[in-house]
Design a protein around this ligand. Sequence first.
Ligand SMILES: Cc1cc2nc3c(=O)[nH]c(=O)nc-3n(C[C@H](O)[C@H](O)[C@H](O)COP(=O)(O)OP(=O)(O)OC[C@H]3O[C@@H](n4cnc5c(N)ncnc54)[C@H](O)[C@@H]3O)c2cc1C
Length: 303
Amino acid sequence: MAEQLGNELCNEHFAVTAQAPLARLTTFRVGGQAEWLALPKTLEQLTAALTWGQSQGLPVTLLGAGSNLLISDRGLPGLVICTRALRHTEFDATTGRVTAAAGEPWSSLAWKAARHGLQGFEWTIGIPGTVGGAVVMNAGAHGGETADILVEAQVISPDGTLTMLKPEDLGFRYRTSKLQGSDKIVASAIFQLSPGHEAAAIKAATATDLRQRRETQPYHLPNCGSVFRNPLPHSAGKLIQEAGLKGYQIGQAQISTLHANFIVNLGGAKASDVLALIRHAQSVIYERNGIALETEVKVIGEF
Ligand SMILES: Cc1cc2nc3c(=O)[nH]c(=O)nc-3n(C[C@H](O)[C@H](O)[C@H](O)COP(=O)(O)OP(=O)(O)OC[C@H]3O[C@@H](n4cnc5c(N)ncnc54)[C@H](O)[C@@H]3O)c2cc1C
C-alpha cells in the first residue's frame, strides 16, 4: 500500500514524484514534467517502481543521463524511471572484467579503469551518458563502440524477470540496438577490457581524447551531442556548415558556432525551438543536397 506525502507517493519499496520537472535531468536542459518520476537507487526499487507503473496501467519511459534526448515542453505522460541513482562498479585488474550498474556515468569509467591499469575505455571520455544509455544506444567514438567491449547486459523485462543478454542477442548497429524502443530495462552490464597496462599511459591517452573533444565540441553550453546521424559517406556537420547554418538561431536554440552537428541551448530554449531548428536544417540540406538528415537525438513526447 503506497502513502501520499505532498507530491510523493511511497512505501518501503519505492517512491515516485508527481509532476516532476525533467529539464534538469537532461543535458539539453529543456522539456516539461513527468506525470510520475522514479529515481531508484537499487534494483529492488527499480523493479518495485516498474511493477507499480504497470499496476496503474502507465506507459513507462526510461531515462539515463538524458544526454541523447529532446523531451517535449509538454512533458511525458505516465511513469519516467531515471536510472542515474543506480550506482555500483567492480573492477577486476587481473581478468580485465568491469561490472557497472546502469546509472554509472559512462565517462567516469574511463578514469577508474585507467587507475586499475585497464585499457579499452579511453574513447568513452566526454560521452555524458550512463552505462544503460551506452548499451541501448551502442555509444561510440574514435573507432570504438560499446558492442566491442560488452560481455553481457543484465536486463529486466516488464514482468520483473532478470535475463543476461549477450551482444549477439542485442542486434547492435551504428548508434543503436534492439533495446531501443523495446520494453526492456538495462540494470547493469559487464565489459571486457585489456588488463596489465600502465595507468599513467592510459590516463594520458584519455586526457588527450578529452582535450580534443573540448576544443571541437560546445561543452560550455547545454546540448545533446550529435543531433543528426552521419549520412555516410557524408558528415552531417560538414553539410550543415557548408549550407552556412552555423550560428543560425530559433528562440534560444542555436546551431553551434563551434560544431554544426550540435544545437546548443543559449539559456531558456524551448524544446519546440530546438525541434524547429532541426526541421529547418533538414529542409535546407534536403533542398541543397537532396539528402534527408535523420536525427540521432531521440525526440520524445508530443510536439
Ligand atoms: C556533449 C555530448 C557529447 C556526446 N558524444 C557522444 C559520442 O561521442 N558518442 C556517442 O555515441 N554519443 C554521444 N553523445 C550522446 C549520448 O551521450 C549517448 O547516446 C549516450 O549513450 C546516451 O546515454 P544516456 O544515459 O544519456 O541515455 P538517455 O539519453 O537518457 O537515453 C537514450 C535512450 O536510451 C534509453 N535508456 C537509457 N537508459 C536505459 C536503461 N537503463 N534501460 C533501457 N533503456 C534505457 C532511453 O529510453 C532512450 O531511448 C554525446 C552527448 C553529449 C551531450
